[in-house]
Ligand binder design. Sequence first.
Ligand SMILES: O=C(O)CCC(=O)C(=O)O
Ligand SMILES: [Fe+2]
Length: 374
Amino acid sequence: MGDVVDFAFVQAPEHRPKSSVIVAEGIPLVDLSPINYQIEDSIPVSCIQGLVKEIGSACKEWGFFQVINHKVPLDKRQRIEEAARKFFALDLEEKLKVRRDAVNVLGYFEAEHTKNVRDWKEIYDFNVQEPTFIPPLLQHDDDQSVQFQWDNRWPHNPPDFKEACKEYAQEVEKLAYKLMELVALSLGLEANRFRSYFTHNTSNIRLNHYPPCPYPLLALGLGHHKDTGVLTVLAQDEVGGLEVRRKSDGEWIRVKPIFNSFIINVGDMIQIWSNDAYESVEHRVVVNSEKDRFSIPFFLKPALYTDVMPFEELLGDENPPKYRSLNWGKFRTARMRSNFAKSNVENLQIYHFKFPSDSIEVHNLKSVAKTSAT
Ligand SMILES: O=C(O)CCC(=O)C(=O)O
Ligand SMILES: [Fe+2]
């Protein structure tokens, strides 16, 4: 990535970052001390009513919040952060040994595109469950043209990379499940309402490295997008660069790094389950010309056979279902496929599964159906 502008990275003018940054009071900060899930399993509801309320309003108003006192051990977080730095510091040739391709979708990748513009970053992906559950649904699918392999591809260097990743994954996964209980309670559902969807989960962790960029006002570390999964638990370092689109006015708001905190955001599947009560919110990553930035998102994702649709408990005459059923495995496969075959048509999105009360959405559904047949 030299000093000459490479146009593959250049964002359309309306997507470029502004030189003035809004670091607002910003996304809500939630103190998780009332829950002590490392010791006891069930939370006494009386202790957490306030917390549940805070999480409910954060999900509604922002789709994002930060948590402190989350009980993920700091040494495990620091160990994976260190392993990530060492891995990305290896020669490109070394990293390419575990490069992902059209068949093996896990591992290292340096040419990620978001909405057809290249991101200024390199990544490494691994799945939390090993071996990952192979979806019976996809094997019997009539479309056999694309087969994905789900094996983690561990590099030999640094030597403790795999252990650091696995240890951290276990801890952050526990936090994600506890947060899902709080999200369920905040929607008026049973605390364990989501639990069964994760028995054969497809959750993954991504290590992100955003190198310094000579033209930070033209490129982005990661273009604007929404997370497709259920819930994201993100560890960002002290450099900062994540921006969230504020629902109230559409402004991009920089998320200020807080030591040993996690940034949590609602993904598309919660949006469907909650029938739009909680929306998955757009975010992006801005780069800078001086510092490397590292971040580690954990993406909580359901089993591939999960059919996601609005929860019946939440529906009624006043709140009819807004979505038809979406099969997570098929949705994910369609999205992955389009990540490899760059096309000018927008990726499959959850609004393509909305009931046709809005004519724009019906139109988009048709154009996606047409192109995915080719
Ligand atoms: O690096 C970050 O802060 C955000 C990463 C992110 O949004 C993603 O990987 O989906
Ligand atoms: Fe994201």
